[in-house]
Design a protein around this ligand. Structure first.
Ligand code: ATP
Length: 134
């Protein structure tokens, strides 16, 4: 079994898509092990997105992710990381397949509803950042 960090980003929370996202991941068979609604301090957002620090969209991305409450989740199951990324769809929601969360609910690359860890290393780092007690 494997754990992954999932975020329902502030756009997803504001649009009332928390139930939709949780329902899809539970239906898939992933099991929730932690969940918390919170508004991120800039410092946590900058750490979470450290790999994008030099990108032109970094400032905007940090404004977006700190701009309202998000739902942080840890889910577990066999190949949970890959399983959730398949549910989420491609980063660019216009390219994401219909039937995926981004493909069904989003139109802009920044405001793409969800985040899911992309590797076991990033899952470990991100779970430590959001839920240090786990
Ligand atoms: P996440 O890490 O949130 O699951 P991802 O791994 O699919 O997304 P990354 O390339 O790591 O995508 O980008 C992280 C986040 O930064 C994206 O989910 C999106 O919100 C934002 N982002 C990525 N590219 C752009 C861009 N060109 N312009 C604006 N925002 C972007």
């Amino acid at each position: 079994t494997e754990r992954t960090l999932i975020l329902v980003k502030p756009d997803g929370v504001a649009r009332g898509l928390v139930g939709e996202v949780v329902s899809r991941l539970e239906a898939k068979g992933l099991r929730l092990v932690a969940a918390e609604l919170r508004t991120l301090p800039r410092e946590t957002a900058e750490q979470h997105y450290a790999e994008h620090a030099e990108k032109p969209f970094f400032g905007s991305l940090v404004d977006f992710i700190t701009g309202g409450p998000l739902l942080a989740l840890v889910a577990e199951g066999p190949r949970a990381i890959e399983a959730f990324r398949a549910l989420a769809g491609a980063t660019d929601p216009v390219k994401a397949a219909p039937g995926t969360i981004r493909g069904d609910f989003a139109l802009e690359v920044q405001n793409n509803i969800v985040h899911g860890s992309d590797s076991p290393e990033s899952a470990q780092r991100e779970i430590g950042l959001f839920f240090p007690a786990l």
